[in-house]
Design a binder for this molecule. Structure first.
Ligand code: FE2
Length: 306
């Protein structure tokens, strides 16, 4: 799937743009499906989670338990001080996460396209595991910024293996908040980790203090259907969407099952729901098989880290 030139570009820049990876129809199908999921979400549940007196604790819990679920997260400006939504539900949601690829049949099918398995193999993955998926709405005028970060901060493995697949479901432009990245910035080292703490809380652990060389950030304006592959150490961001057009995207993050996945990473999955590979029929995914089952690998990674 990836030729030599693409592989060398990826290793030089830390990202690779593949145009026309997904068809117009595939993008439309994912967008329609995300819309259906939002329609099925009870806003009363949102209000109870995000606007009660216990808001901070409940919001933290809702987030930290979302690794193996389909949950909805709101834009910062979605609620007024009286708890009422400032705009219709479908324009208030920032993203859906973090196990769409396992729990929703439409996202499952797209995430397990054979071309993605080929790309993972080309990138050198020994045992790719689909760890996290997010549907990002970036709605007009409310879609918030995502500050400069590395995905390995959130999905740390030892050694580093996390790789992001970022799919533009609509054209991503300077106006509606396209990605920006620092070409070659994946060689700058990991700056922080986002970890669990006592009582279902999270915090950033600083590893390195140097500021990002912001002047080197380059915009990645892409057309609908483009796939951007992101090295987990690549610094990237997106600005707020102040335009009148949404910038919907789907992201999938894979890690290598041969690497250690620490128990203090914010994202954890239930023991009976370990991350799986591109093929659900992979014998490595079956339980009660051998020492090498995904589940046992998962458990042993946890144990080793402790
Ligand atoms: Fe990211």
């Amino acid at each position: 799937m990836l030729n030599e030139e693409q592989l060398s570009k990826y290793s030089r820049d830390g990202f690779l743009v593949i145009e026309s990876f997904a068809s117009h129809d595939e993008c439309e199908e994912l967008m329609a499906r995300a819309g259906d999921l939002v329609s099925g979400f009870d806003p009363a549940e949102a209000v109870s989670i995000f606007t009660t007196r216990e808001q901070s604790r409940r919001t933290d819990q809702y987030f930290i338990e979302s690794g193996d679920k389909i949950r909805f997260f709101f834009e910062e400006d979605a609620f007024a001080s009286d708890g009422k939504m400032t705009r219709p539900l479908e324009y208030s949601i920032n993203k859906i996460g973090h196990a769409l690829h396992d729990l929703d049949p439409v996202f499952d099918r797209f995430s397990r396209k054979p071309e993605l398995a080929e790309i993972a193999a080309d990138l050198g993955f020994a045992r790719p595991l689909l760890l996290q998926s997010m549907y990002i709405f970036k709605q007009p005028e409310i879609g918030g910024e995502v500050t400069c970060h590395q995905d390995a901060t959130f999905l740390f493995t030892d050694p580093m293996s996390v790789t992001g697949f970022w799919f533009a479901l609509e054209d991503a432009t300077l106006q509606n908040g396209c990605l920006w990245a620092i070409p070659g910035g994946h060689r700058l080292g990991l700056k922080s980790r986002f970890v669990r703490t006592e009582g279902l809380q999270t915090k950033f652990e600083k590893l390195e203090d140097t500021p990002w060389p912001d002047s080197q950030l380059a915009p990645l304006e892409v057309r609908q259907g483009t796939l951007i592959i992101l090295n987990g150490l690549l610094p990237h961001l997106s600005h707020a969407n102040l335009s009148s057009k949404s910038r919907q995207a789907y992201t999938l993050h894979i890690i290598d099952g041969a690497c250690h996945y620490p128990a203090e990473n914010w994202l954890q999955r239930a023991a009976d729901m370990p991350p799986l590979g591109f093929s659900r029929n992979d014998p490595l995914n079956t339980k009660n098989d051998s020492e090498n089952t995904t589940q046992n690998m998962h458990a042993s990674h946890m144990a080793k880290w402790r």
